[in-house]
Design a binder for this molecule. Structure first.
Ligand code: CP
Length: 308
């Protein structure tokens, strides 16, 4: 079956077939990353712009590396050193950039819906690298690749996403994608950080982390954003850790064979104990490596050169 997507805005509504095509393509690129020369000519002559209006370490670096390993022409836009500081709008910025013959734009922006906006105003293919608290599809794809590598399949896996669900684009993309792939996904956190209508996502909401820890194959811990504390949504980081943090004591009570995941950046000592992040059953650095392969796959498939 042909790959159906022209842009990657999010994983809501993306079919199991398209997700499988991305994960299978990423698996072949994962092998390329282990070769002495980690480069292929697949995107020679394709111009890619990384349009990052918001800070990033993992996503920006892995997209840049993925593009270079595919032999694309790569340009990275940093908001701080651009004419945005002189008042230029996103629309004008992008129209000018398009006039320089760009084929694919990778967009990170704090405003939900920015990728669709870019697609409406340019002819470029658009990849969402995180738009506000809406979606972060390549993070969810690398999470699914990591789980598929570890467990062989997502079908029937019991996954608990823990923390600030309300503000998490990672949680939304993971829920849509993992459920499409047959996983059983639930969420856990304080009621102040869980949206009211989670039933629309088809997940069960838990508030007692200790009670449910032994039931899950995957504990996916989310970053507690410091700004949430000043907003009164959690009383203090210490209290959050005491109730929802993955402490060493809680790691010991995980189901045998269960794994720990986190999208990064980690607040060590808050959502994860200092040692839990590096525990033998932590897949956190595997997630980062797989991110590069997944982004190579998405770039190739959206470029239309996948068939070649
Ligand atoms: N996981 C993630 O999106 O990390 P960055 O913000 O560093 O890109």
């Amino acid at each position: 079956m042909a790959f159906a997507l022209k842009h990657l805005f999010g994983l809501k509504g993306v079919s199991q077939e398209d997700i499988t095509t991305i994960l299978d393509t990423a698996a072949s690129f994962r092998e390329v990353l282990d070769r002495p020369i980690r480069m292929v000519p697949s995107l020679r002559g394709v111009a890619v712009l990384n349009l990052f209006y918001e800070d990033s370490t993992r996503t920006r670096i892995s997209f840049e590396l993925a593009e270079k390993r595919l032999s694309a022409e790569v340009t990275t836009f940093a908001k701080g050193s651009s004419s945005v500081s002189k008042g230029e709008s996103l629309r004008d910025t992008v129209r000018n950039i398009e006039a320089m013959k760009i084929d694919i734009i990778v967009s990170r922006n704090s405003s939900p819906g920015t990728p669709q906006f870019l697609a409406n105003h340019t002819k470029c293919r658009i990849i969402n690298a995180g738009d506000g608290s809406h979606e972060h599809p390549t993070q969810a794809l690398l999470d699914m690749m990591t789980l598929r590598n570890h467990f062989g399949t997502l079908e029937g896996l019991k996954i608990l996403i823990v923390g600030d669900i309300t503000h998490s684009r990672v949680a939304r993309s993971d829920i849509w994608g993992m459920k499409t792939m047959g996983a059983d996904v639930d969420v856990c956190g304080p009621s102040t950080l869980i949206p009211l209508h989670m039933d629309a996502f088809g997940v069960t909401v838990h508030h007692d982390f200790d009670e449910v820890i032994p039931e899950y194959d995957v504990l996916y811990m989310l970053r507690i954003q410091k700004e949430r504390q000043s907003g009164g949504l959690i009383p203090s980081s210490q209290e959050y850790t005491a109730t929802f943090g993955l402490t060493n004591e809680r790691v010991k009570r995980m189901k045998p064979g269960a794994v720990i995941m986190h999208p990064g950046p980690i607040n060590r000592g808050v959502e994860l104990d200092y040692r839990a992040a590096d525990a033998p059953n932590s897949l956190i650095l595997d997630q980062v490596t797989n991110g590069e392969a997944v982004r190579m796959a998405v770039l190739l498939l959206l470029s239309g050169r996948g068939e070649e």
